[in-house]
Design a protein around this ligand. Structure first.
Ligand code: GLV
Ligand code: MG
Length: 313
């Protein structure tokens, strides 16, 4: 795993086609927690090989501040995966934090990437284990195997849901992936979101939702993103700078939540350490060890989002 990027925030994960110099040049100016340069589905087959050098050049020569920086390679069922990994990881140097592997169907695919990365790192003079892995679940087989996939390698940092490919894999009668289906009474992805979240958390991974393709509909994005935020996801993909801005807000706790979480931790610490009690009243509410765990999550996420506790609380 990449020690640097593992715990960094990923509220907004900006997708950037590596074949486009224009989009590559713009990407570092977008306020996103994480950026991935894409060699997969946003790059035309005839541009795939040339895009590798553009991705390497962008990683090395653009100013990326301290955000998580990743390259998405092509899936193992194409002819490009090993070439993508060797050329990009050998050329990009230390600033590259991670490789994203799409359409992961079995744990063996993650293991294969892990083994290949070890050899490439050794030959490139990188610390072995430097490159982390982000794995996308976007096929039915991938979802069936998600527990094993999430446990497949210590390099894994995130598990990501890919709604567009997943809808295709399920043969859902939709033409736009990753958006609400008005005719469906409820959330057609609720099971999938929860299933991936449980597998990811059980293995200590960050869990990320994929793209929302109606890029001009920011209110709909805000509304849709609430589903995975409330379940506990860490963030979601952004396809535009405006989407990134919305997601940075959606996946951050509010100042009020952040302050309240601190207050709960203070009250609980006093109860357990000074009064030797495991459950106490906090205002109208009983708090105990589970409350401490919930509050700790808010504090951790708030700190990641740059919040500081209000003086008055
Ligand atoms: C992302 O890759 C998706 O298929 O939704
Ligand atoms: Mg996909």
């Amino acid at each position: 795993m990449s020690a640097r990027s593992r715990d960094l925030p990923r509220r907004s994960c900006l997708s950037t086609p590596a074949s486009s110099e224009r989009f590559l040049a713009k990407a570092p100016t977008v306020s996103a927690d994480m950026t991935f340069l894409d060699l997969e589905d946003s790059v035309a087959p005839l541009e795939k090989v040339a895009a590798r050098a553009k991705a390497v050049d962008a990683v090395k020569n653009l100013s990326w501040d301290d955000r998580v920086l990743c390259v998405r390679v092509n899936a193992w069922d194409t002819k490009w995966t090993y070439g993508d990994v060797i050329e990009v990881v050998s050329g990009a140097g230390e600033r590259l934090d991670e490789i994203m592997l799409p359409k992961v169907q079995t744990a063996a695919e993650v293991v294969a990437l892990d083994l290949l990365l070890t050899q490439v790192e050794e030959n490139a003079g990188l610390t072995v284990g430097h490159i982390g892995i982000e794995a996308q679940i976007e096929t039915t087989r991938g979802l069936i195997n998600v527990d094993d996939i999430c446990a497949a390698s210590p390099r894994l940092e995130t598990i990501i849901f890919g709604p567009a490919d997943f809808a295709a894999s399920m043969e859902m009668p939709v033409l736009t992936g990753g958006v609400q289906i008005p005719e469906y009474p409820g959330d057609h992805f609720n099971y999938v979101f929860s299933r991936i979240l449980m597998a990811g958390r059980a293995n200590g991974l960050q869990v990320i939702d994929g793209p929302f393709l109606l890029v001009r509909e920011l209110d709909k994005l805000r509304d849709f993103a609430q589903r995975t935020r409330i379940l506990g996801y860490d963030g979601k993909w952004a396809l535009t700078p405006d989407q990134a801005q919305v997601l940075n807000e959606v996946y951050s706790p509010t100042q009020e939540q952040f302050d309240r979480a601190h207050d709960i931790l203070d009250a609980y610490r006093q109860a357990t350490e000074e009064e030797r009690r495991g459950a106490v009243m906090f205002g109208d509410e009983m708090i105990d060890e589970a409350s401490r765990k919930m509050a700790t999550k808010f504090v951790t996420r708030g700190l990641r989002a740059g919040l500081t506790r209000s003086q008055t609380s």
